[in-house]
Design a protein around this ligand. Structure first.
Ligand code: SF4
Ligand code: SF4
Length: 268
């Protein structure tokens, strides 16, 4: 294993995009916590676009929502998929509370463990197939039983419900503990390898219209963008970031020392 230098905290001239992004993400996180504490009129589970995917079968076959899910989940699913067609996985980088917690864990992990080992590229590509397996398993069980059977292994549910109703006790706690520990060691572990919504996003994200563009005449190939990208996208080698995993988080643009070498715009 080579050393992981994707800390995202070094070599930066400023953090202007991250500052805006973190304000937004903090607002989302605070809202979900507020709902999770029972203060709002809805369950925090309403803020889950994957709930919309899980509800589709029940809606189409019986006209009913699955378990605790409702119209908001479907509306959110449609909205985030439309957003992906426009701006790739921007939902993940700008509005997902689990992505935010994963990012904070990755940054903390980088501070504690400056040269943490990194997953080799081949293994990384294979591990990303797990999110399709997670999607298949989640939909298979949900569509067969009309229950959120895998809720007990879903970090979003486990964290915000406080291992609440539907969790599998010690097993759920162990799954959450391992996922949390892994988030410190492997940046964006859950998002990259296990998130079923990430798998749903993939084809939409590939088409996403607004992308990071690199101007080769201004780029000095310093590699700061590569090191800043928590998704391990080799920005320095690309003219346009088409990569399905790009969340348009703009960390690469924050890191780039050259004016306009990286720009966010629509087009090929
Ligand atoms: S785009 Fe910017 S950060 Fe990336 S290699 Fe070129 S100059 Fe360096
Ligand atoms: S390529 Fe840039 S915008 Fe895309 S995920 Fe990586 S750092 Fe974020």
């Amino acid at each position: 294993m080579r050393a992981d230098r994707h800390s995202g905290t070094r070599d930066m001239k400023g953090l202007k995009y991250r500052s805006v992004r973190y304000v937004m993400l903090s607002g989302v996180l605070a809202s979900v916590v507020y709902l999770a504490l029972g203060r709002g009129s809805r369950s925090f589970e309403a803020y889950c676009p994957f709930g919309g995917v899980e509800s589709l079968w029940g809606l189409l076959t019986a006209g009913e929502f699955t378990c605790a899910l409702g119209p908001l989940n479907v509306s959110l699913m449609i909205a985030v998929l439309a957003l992906a067609l426009l701006a790739k996985k921007a939902f993940c980088g700008w509005a997902c509370p689990i992505g935010f917690l994963g990012e904070l864990a990755a940054r903390l992990g980088a501070r504690v463990w400056r040269r943490r080992p990194s997953v080799p590229a081949k293994a990384d590509a294979r591990l990303k197939l797990l999110r399709y397996a997670a999607l298949t398993v989640a939909l298979w069980f949900t569509y067969r039983t009309s229950e959120l059977v895998l809720r007990g292994y879903d970090p979003f549910y486990l964290i915000f419900s406080g291992l609440g109703h539907g969790s599998a006790g010690v097993l759920s706690a162990a799954v959450l503990g391992v996922t949390a520990l892994g988030a410190f060691m492997v940046p964006m572990l859950f998002c990259r390898y296990l998130c079923p919504m990430g798998a749903v996003f993939d084809p939409f994200s590939r088409l996403g219209l607004i992308r990071v563009h690199r101007d080769g005449s201004k780029c000095t190939a310093c590699g700061r963008c590569d090191r800043a990208c928590l998704q391990r996208i080799p920005v320095r080698e690309l003219k346009v970031v088409h990569h399905r995993d790009c969340t348009n988080c703009l960390e690469c643009m924050d890191a780039c020392p050259e004016t306009d070498a990286l720009q966010l715009r629509a087009g090929r």
